[in-house]
Design a protein around this ligand. Structure first.
Ligand SMILES: [Zn+2]
Length: 445
C-alpha cells in the first residue's frame, strides 16, 4: 500500500462524521464532500445528493450497454466515540502501529469502502477503464438506520438499477481467511419509559406506598427472558427459520470456537439460549438486548430518592423470517400486559431493519467466492452468517430486486462500535485487490 493511499485514508478518518449527534452535522457534511472530491480525482462522475438527513454521495463511470452494472455500497458516517476515556488516543486522530490503524470508523465502514475506492482507482490507472458499469453509493446515515436512503432509492430507482450489489461491511472469521456472509440478522429498536410520581420523592416519606419506577422497569426488563435465556415475549419465535444441517456442519468446521469468543470479549463464561452453541446463537437465533438504562441518583455517595422515572433502550436482533414491526407489536403488548397500574408506561418505536438470507451457492455468489479465493491466495472462503445488521440489504432486494454480496473485511478483534476501533493496512490492500478481481469475475459471470 503506497503512502499516498494511506495518507488519504487517514484524512478520511479525521472527520468526526457521527451521524446521530446534531453537533457533528457539519463534520458529516464535510466528510461527504471529501468523498465526492476523492471520486472526482479518480476520474469518476460524482455528485452530492441532499436528503432530509445527511447527503448521499453517488459516483459512476461512463456506462456502456452490454456490460454488467455493479452497485457498490458503503457508509461514511460513524458511531459516537464514547466512552472517550477508554481510547488510547483521540478517536479522530488516527494512529498506525504495527501496520494497524486505530480510529473511530477505521473498520466500520471507512476502511472497507475506501478499499473499494482504491481498487477502482488502481483499475482506472492501470487499464483506463473498468470491466463493468459502476454505481458507487456512499451514504451518511447507516448508523442511525438509514432513514433517508430508502426514499432515496425509491426516488432514484431508475438510475440505480443494477445486476448485483457488493458491500464490505461485515466480518472475516480470522485474519487472512476470506469470508462470504450469506445471512444477516435484522433489528428493531424500542425505548421504554416508566413514570411514577410527578417529581423525585423522599424515599423515607413515600417509599413503600408509591411504586418505584426503577424497580418496575427492572421487573419489566427481567420479564423479557426465562432462566434458559429464551425470549418470553409471546409469539417471538413464531417465524424463526430453523438452522439447516449443512449450516451446522459448515460452522462447526470454522476456525472460531467458544474459547476464542470468550477471550475476545473478556467475559468469564459465555451465556445464551439453551440448546444452541455460541455461533448458532449469534448468527441464526434472535435476541432481546438492553442497550442502555437510567434512573435516579447517579452522583457520588448516596441520596435517598424515589426517582420520578426510569428508561431503557432496547433492541431485538432478528433472524429470517421475523418481521420487525410484528416483533415491535408483540414486545409492546408483552410490556403493557406486565406493567402495573401504579406507573405510566410510554414506549417509543425506534428504527428497524429486516433480516436477510441468500443462497451462497448460486448466481453471482459463485463469482464472489472465486474472487475471494483468488484475492486470498487460493484459500476457500468461509460461508458464514453475520450477527449484525445491514438493514439496507433487505431494502436493496425489495426496491432494486437484486442480491447483495457481503464480502466483509472486518476482523473479529477490530472493536467496531467500541473504543480503539482498528483496521489493518493488510485488509486495505486485500480489499483493494478484492474489488479489482470481483469486478472482473462479475463481468465474466
Ligand atoms: Zn456500524
Amino acid at each position: 500500500m503506497d503512502d499516498a493511499s494511506i495518507g488519504s485514508f487517514l484524512e478520511l478518518l479525521r472527520f468526526p462524521s457521527i451521524s446521530t449527534q446534531p453537533e457533528h452535522r457539519g463534520d458529516v457534511g464535510a466528510c461527504a464532500q471529501w468523498v465526492q472530491a476523492r471520486f472526482q480525482t479518480m476520474g469518476l462522475e460524482a455528485e452530492l445528493c441532499p436528503t432530509p438527513g445527511h447527503p448521499v454521495v453517488l459516483a459512476r463511470n461512463a456506462h456502456r450497454p452490454g456490460r454488467r452494472t455493479v452497485l457498490i455500497y458503503g457508509h461514511y458516517d460513524v458511531q459516537p466515540a464514547d466512552p472517550i476515556e477508554m481510547w488510547e488516543h483521540p478517536p479522530f486522530e488516527p494512529r498506525i502501529r504495527d501496520g494497524v490503524v486505530t480510529a473511530r470508523g477505521a473498520t466500520d465502514n471507512k476502511g472497507q469502502f475506501f478499499a473499494h475506492m482504491l481498487g477502482i482507482e488502481a483499475a482506472l490507472r492501470e487499464k483506463g477503464e473498468l470491466p463493468i458499469n459502476l454505481i458507487f453509493l456512499v451514504e451518511g446515515e447507516e448508523e442511525v438506520g438509514s432513514p433517508s436512503l430508502v426514499p432515496f432509492l425509491e426516488a432514484n430507482r431508475e438510475r440505480l438499477l443494477c445486476d448485483v450489489i457488493a458491500i464490505s461491511d461485515t466480518g472475516m472469521v480470522a485474519r487472512g481467511h476470506p469470508t462470504f456472509s450469506y445471512g444477516l440478522r435484522g433489528l428493531t429498536a424500542l425505548e421504554v419509559r416508566v413514570t411514577g410520581p410527578a417529581t423525585d420523592l423522599h424515599s423515607g416519606i413515600y417509599g413503600g406506598a408509591v411504586a418505584n419506577p426503577a424497580a418496575v422497569l427492572a421487573r419489566l426488563l427481567a420479564s423479557l427472558h426465562d432462566a434458559d435465556y429464551r425470549v418470553t415475549v409471546p409469539g417471538f419465535y413464531e417465524r424463526v427459520r430453523p438452522i439447516e444441517g449443512w449450516e451446522r456442519e459448515t460452522w462447526a468446521a470454522l476456525p472460531m470456537n467458544e474459547a476464542a469468543i470468550r477471550e475476545l470479549t473478556g467475559v468469564p463464561q459465555l451465556d445464551g439460549e439453551a440448546g444452541y452453541n455460541a455461533l448458532e446463537r449469534i448468527w441464526a437465533r434472535p435476541t432481546a438486548e438492553i442497550n442502555g438504562m437510567g434512573s435516579g441518583y447517579q452522583g457520588p455517595g448516596s441520596k435517598t430518592v424515589l426517582p420520578a422515572h426510569a428508561f431503557a433502550k432496547l433492541t431485538f436482533r432478528l433472524v429470517p423470517d421475523q418481521d420487525p414491526i410484528e416483533v415491535q407489536d408483540k414486545v409492546i403488548a408483552h410490556l403493557r400486559a406486565k406493567c402495573p397500574p401504579s406507573v405510566r408506561l410510554e414506549i417509543e418505536r425506534g428504527h428497524s431493519g429486516a433480516p436477510y438470507l441468500v443462497d451462497p451457492r448460486e448466481g453471482f455468489g459463485s463469482a464472489a467466492a472465486r474472487a475471494l479465493k483468488k484475492t486470498f491466495g487460493g484459500r476457500e472462503p468461509a460461508l458464514v452468517r453475520e450477527g449484525g445488521s445491514v438493514p439496507i440489504v433487505a431494502d436493496f432486494k425489495r426496491i432494486l430486486g437484486v442480491d447483495t454480496l457481503l464480502l466483509g473485511l472486518a476482523l473479529p478483534d477490530c472493536r467496531i462500535h467500541a473504543p480503539n476501533e482498528n483496521f489493518p493496512l493488510e485488509n486495505l490492500e486485500y480489499g483493494m485487490r478484492l474489488n479489482m478481481v470481483l469486478l472482473e469475475e462479475i463481468a465474466a459471470a
